[in-house]
Design a protein around this ligand. Structure first.
Ligand SMILES: Cc1cc2nc3c(=O)[nH]c(=O)nc-3n(C[C@H](O)[C@H](O)[C@H](O)COP(=O)(O)O)c2cc1C
Length: 334
């Protein structure tokens, strides 16, 4: 495999074979901006309920629209009604999204109870009806996010293969496959053999893998072993935009840049918080930021007290104080 090959998602060509996943509650403008800055070529926005996206007032809010500096950017939609999914897709493309991704993977109980997300993996007819309805109304690339089945029962595997083969037949531009079942949620190690088997059975289809992408060198080896076209970065990017710099370096056969210095961490964390404040009121911004702090502190030699200080922070000044104290060149040695 030549490391110069990128990834084609229908008419969209990326120069490297990876991008950032939709991460519900995380993949807002701030996270996307930093990911792009560190070399991510394409990013998915936060998952949206199709019913909400199809509502005329919702897409007027800036927070749900792509920034002018964000292209190419994809929108992921969740729903079970082909007409609603199609309307949402059309409206999202109208406000500037470049790619539509259909979510048939979400394992959240409230989503499954309503027959959405991962629940649809046991309903191939509806999945294909949704794909066709969306295909009929938008000309942009369409991706589908799948898990490898609802569970490990033989009929779930049969449904998975049916969805794969029928969606390829109906011209899906890429399948993004998370190598866990819905009932496994995030437990255990992701299975990359089944996505690899999909690629060998449908060599002309674009198959993108997902699961346990935390380390750049290991991921590039995985790509070579499985023959997949690409992969998405999910938990590995939370509080860690540097993963894209590492992935790019390894993919382009350059040496790993090495971990960011404390001063770089301080600048990036500070900027991340500022970017969140751009879109959310202070209290909400602090809450959102805390979810990323969990990732950022992993690099700190005094991880526990730093995390505790971030978790106690309630205001903008508190967060800034934690950053200035713990990410100073000489941080407290407690
Ligand atoms: C907090 C969180 C939110 C997620 N939200 C979404 C989402 O909105 N849409 C989606 O397709 N996948 C979502 N995922 C799943 C990821 O895209 C990915 O498939 C999964 O985390 C496996 O990759 P990883 O092991 O590298 O994290 C989410 C995962 C996490 C941990």
């Amino acid at each position: 495999m030549s490391n110069s090959v990128g990834l084609k998602l229908g008419s969209l060509s990326l120069d490297v074979p990876f991008f950032q996943a939709s991460l519900s509650g995380y993949s807002n403008y701030a996270m996307r901006t930093l990911a792009r800055r560190f070399g991510c070529p394409f990013i998915m926005a936060d998952m949206m309920l199709a019913k909400s996206a199809a509502h005329p007032r919702v897409l007027r809010k800036a927070v749900f629209r792509p920034g002018s500096d964000e292209h190419p950017i994809g929108a992921q939609i969740l729903g079970s009604k082909p007409a609603t999914m199609a309307k949402a897709a059309r409206d999202l493309v109208a406000v500037g999204y470049d790619v539509i991704d259909l979510n048939f993977a979400c394992p959240a109980p409230k989503v499954l109870r309503r027959g959405r997300g991962g629940a649809l993996l046991n309903d191939p007819d509806t999945v294909i009806d949704i794909l066709k309805a969306v295909r009929d109304v938008v000309a942009v690339p369409i991706l589908m996010k799948l898990r490898i089945g609802v569970d490990h029962k033989p009929e779930s595997l049969e449904n998975f293969w049916q969805i794969v083969s029928r969606s390829v037949e109906h011209g899906v531009d890429a399948l993004v496959i998370h190598g866990r079942t819905v009932s496994e949620r995030y437990r255990g190690k992701a299975d990359w053999d089944l996505p690899a088997a999909v690629k060998s059975r449908f060599p002309r289809a674009t198959i993108v893998g997902s699961g346990d992408i935390f380390d750049a060198a290991a991921t590039v080896d995985l790509m070579k072993r499985t023959g997949l076209d690409g992969f998405i970065v999910a938990r590995g990017a939370i509080g860690n935009p540097w993963i894209f710099r590492d992935l790019r370096s390894v993919w382009e056969n350059r040496p790993l840049p090495g971990p960011p210095e404390m001063s770089e961490q301080r600048d990036v964390i500070g900027e991340h918080f500022e970017l969140i404040l751009r879109d959310y009121p202070e209290k909400k911004a602090v809450g959102i930021f805390r979810k990323f702090a969990v990732g950022y502190v992993c690099r700190h030699p005094r991880r526990k007290p730093v995390l505790l200080s971030f978790m106690k922070a309630k205001t903008r000044a508190d967060v800034e104080n934690v950053v200035n104290t713990w990410y100073a060149d000489t941080y407290p040695n407690v």
